[in-house]
Design a protein around this ligand. Sequence first.
Ligand SMILES: *Cc1c(COP(=O)(O)O)cnc(C)c1O
Length: 369
Amino acid sequence: MVDLQTQYHRLKTEIDTAMQEVIESSAFINGPAVKQFQSGMVEYLNVKHIITCGNGTDALQAALVALDLQPGDEVITTAFTFIATVEVIGLLNLKPILVDVDLNTYNLIPKQVEAAITPKTKAIIPVHLFGQGADMNRLKEIANKYNLFLVEDGAQSLGACYKTEGGSSKLGTIGDIGCTSFFPSKNLGCFGDGGACITNNDKLAEKLRMFVNHGAKVKYYHKTIGVNSRLDTLQAAILNVKLPHLDDFNQRRQKVAGFYDSAFGDIEEIVLPGRNPESEHVFHQYVLRIKNGKRDDLREWLGKKAIPAMVYYPVALHRQEAFSKWITDDFSLPNSEQLTREVLALPVHTEMTTEQLEYIREGVLSFFG
Ligand SMILES: *Cc1c(COP(=O)(O)O)cnc(C)c1O
C-alpha cells in the first residue's frame, strides 16, 4: 500500500545527515530540530501555533483537554474514521455522539450534525477522511450558531487547501484546534510516531503546550495534570527534511488518483471517490466503492495478483464493542454501515511507477471482465 523505502532512498543523503547531527549533538529531547520544525510548520500552514507531541492520538486528547470539556459533555463526530478520533472522547469520559457520513465523500453530513446537537453538546470533530476536507464552511456555521468548539482531525489531510469565505486556508487551521499525525504512512511521515496540534488561539496554545509537558509551563511547577508527549528530536530532524517536499508528495498522490479515476470511471460497479468542490484532496488513501457485494471477491482477486488492497474501515465505530457503553445495539447509521461493506483502498504513495499503476489497472479491469 505504501513504499516508504524508495522515498527514503530518494532523500537518503539529507535524512542521514540530519539524523547524524542529532546523534552527534545527543540533544534527543527538545533539541533545536524540534523548534525548527515547529517554525517550519507555522510558516507552511500560515498559522500562529504548532504544538508538537508524541502522536496524532495524543494531539486529539490534548485538544479536548485544552477545551476544558467536562465528563458527560457531548462531542459529535463521525462513525466512519480511525478509532483514535472517538477513543479520546471516551477516554476523557466525554460522550461520543456518532453521526453518519456522505456516501460519496465519506465525510460528515452537516445537517445530521446539527440534528444531533443537544444542550450538552460542546464540540464537533470533523475528520478530513482519506485526505479531503469535511464540509468545513457549513460545520463552522453550525459551530458558531450553537457556540460549539470545532476540532479538526487532520491526520490524513496535511497540506490540503480549503476554500473558505475569506479565501483559502490549509485544513487543520480552520477550527479552534487542528490535530495531525506524522505516523510513517501519513502524507508527512517520520520514522516512528509523531503528532501536532495546530491553533491560532494563544490561550489554547498555552494550555496545549502545558498539557503535553506534564501540566507545566515552568519546569517542576505543575499547574495542571498533564501527560508526557513529545516529538523526538530525531523525528523532527527527519520531518525538517521532508516538509519542503510535502507539496510534491501530495501532487504525486494526486497524480495516482487521477490515473485511477480515468482507469475505472467507466466501470458500472465501481463508484469513484467523490470530491468536495471546496476542498483539495491529498489522497492519503484512494478509496473506491465496489457495488453488488463484489468488494471482497475483488480484493481476493487482486491478492492473487500480488496487488494489495485494503478496507478502511471494516467496522463502523458505533458497532465497536469499546463504545457499547454509549451506543445501543439498535442504533444504526446506514451510510457508514454500507461503506464498511463497499470501500476498497488501492495503493497510493509518492513513489508509484507507471508500470505499477498499469499493472493495478489491468488487475482491476480483468476482474470486471
Ligand atoms: C492516524 C490517525 C490518527 C492517529 O494518529 P496516530 O499518530 O497514529 O496516533 C487519528 N485520526 C485519524 C483519522 C488517523 O488516520
